[in-house]
Design a binder for this molecule. Sequence first.
Ligand SMILES: [Zn+2]
Ligand SMILES: [Zn+2]
Length: 302
Amino acid sequence: MKVITRIAPDVGWLPVSFVNVYFLGQPGGPWVLLDAGLPGRAHQISEAAEARFGAGARPEAIILSHGHFDHAGSAQALAEKWDVPIYAHRLELPYLTGESAYPPPDPTIGGAIAFLSRFMPSKPYDFGDRIRELQPGNLPGLADWEWRPTPGHSPGHISLFRPSDRVLLAGDAFATMDMDSWSGLVTGKRVLARGGAPFNCDWDATRASVMQLAELEPNVVGCGHGIPLSEGELPARLRRFAARFHAPRSGRYVEAPARTDEHGVVSVPPAPFDPVPFATAASLLLVGIALGSGILDEEHQR
Ligand SMILES: [Zn+2]
Ligand SMILES: [Zn+2]
């Protein structure tokens, strides 16, 4: 069993495959789960929670940085198991109540995660009456934490910050691993990088969010992807990263963002030409023809 690692007082980190969840609060006291990992991981997360907080432990609430499938995948199962509400930003609710799908990812910006985004689930979740809207200035169960809107990666993306010791949990506002390169994905080498770039549906907002977070000068940073960072140089490093942060040269949401409101997607820029599905379809067709005509069987018999 994977155990929760402490990254700051009362802040626990658990990687669930390639995405992170965080446990905020003290064993014995109230606690909160930030993000709920991939689908099918409820057991892994609740088992780790019991190891940290005791048998039968349940949080005050589940808070979502945003509703992408790798952050909200096990939210419903955990909310049912624990009988707790799920909180998200108002502008994220359409994608968590089945009202709208997210703006489609843009695989044409290039890189590893962009390639993989073609095969990721895009159906919205419907958490029904479990879902609640986060209220300004209030985080359920977390007196010493603040949340702030950090849109761009998704319309209602939020980050959590604890001013007393400057701990920042930034979801996919950025990442502490390079998800754009295959080696970065595999090795998980710790670098400041853009988070889930093919999903960023508003690049100006993404950049503004990164700038805003850098101004917090955090001592500890835990993102949705990558190993959390804590070092003396971190505030300066994050400032340099924010100053250099830019949109890709071209891409679906580079010239104009997806337009969204409290009901979800209003309009998106037209889909750019994406050659890969055609290549994939063409090769599948060829394999199909080969199988249908018995070529492969003959090859095999020879
Ligand atoms: Zn995301
Ligand atoms: Zn993510």
